[in-house]
Design a protein around this ligand. Structure first.
Ligand code: PRP
Ligand code: URA
Length: 207
């Protein structure tokens, strides 16, 4: 069974409070998305494989280690882009491949409008989406990344609904899920309660 990790870091609680606050303006909202994404990425990347190497410091040779595999970040457009920028800065060798979905307002089903994958899949992929609501977009994205040929997949989201967590676990039991918070429930429009509203609109100022 894939692991479910809910961050309990004090900085995660702190930045989440600002992120959820309806008074937070877009520029500050984007900043919090970046901070929380870094905290999630540090947790999710604790077990990345390393290879031993040496460098010359000004004083002597030093035994060092460097990342030993191809790592892909797969943001789900639009809102996932806010997470990818911050994590790419932390992991300079990461490749960024994109998936575009929007959620149909009536059926709440994800509709694909963009997919950009290379012919050779990376070894490890981190799918990025701030909101895991019904889990439809995440499950669709995981299925596509799996079909691409990636063996080790993790899902990083800032806020999750219990319904989405259960759906991802049932459909993709080998995927590890990292989130800053598992909220109470979905409302009648499949929005996360208490959540933060519409993540894409708040990042891109498109209310
Ligand atoms: C949001 C969010 C997820 C999806 C989550 O995207 O960023 O992709 O909804 O919902 P689900 O778990 O029920 O599938 P949205 O459709 O609002 O598109 P946007 O990112 O372009 O705003
Ligand atoms: N998408 C969002 O942006 N927010 C939600 O609460 C649910 C889906």
């Amino acid at each position: 069974m894939g692991r479910i990790t809910e961050l309990e870091h004090p900085l995660s609680w702190h930045h989440l409070a600002t992120l959820r606050d309806q008074r937070t303006p877009p520029h500050l909202f984007r900043e919090q998305v970046g901070h929380l994404s870094l905290l999630l990425a540090c947790k999710a990347m604790e077990t990345l494989p390393l290879r031993a190497m040496e460098v010359e410091t000004p004083l002597a040779r030093a035994a060092c280690r460097q990342l030993a595999c191809r790592i892909a970040l797969v943001p789900i457009l639009r809102a996932g882009l806010g997470m990818a920028d911050a994590i790419q800065a932390l992991v300079p060798t990461a490749e960024v491949w994109h998936l575009g979905f929007y959620r149909d307002e009536t059926t709440h089903q994800p509709v694909e409008y963009y997919r950009k994958f290379s012919s050779a899949p990376p070894e490890i992929a981190f799918i990025l989406d701030p909101m895991l609501a019904t889990g439809g977009s995440a499950c669709e994205g995981i299925g596509m990344v799996r079909q691409w040929g990636v063996e080790r997949i993790s899902l990083l989201c800032l806020i999750a609904a219990p319904e989405g967590v259960a759906r991802v676990q049932a459909a993709h039991p080998d995927v590890d899920l990292y989130t800053c918070a598992i909220d109470e429930r979905l409302d009648e429009n499949a929005y996360i309660v208490p959540g933060l509203g519409d993540a894409g609109d708040r990042i891109f100022n498109t209310h």
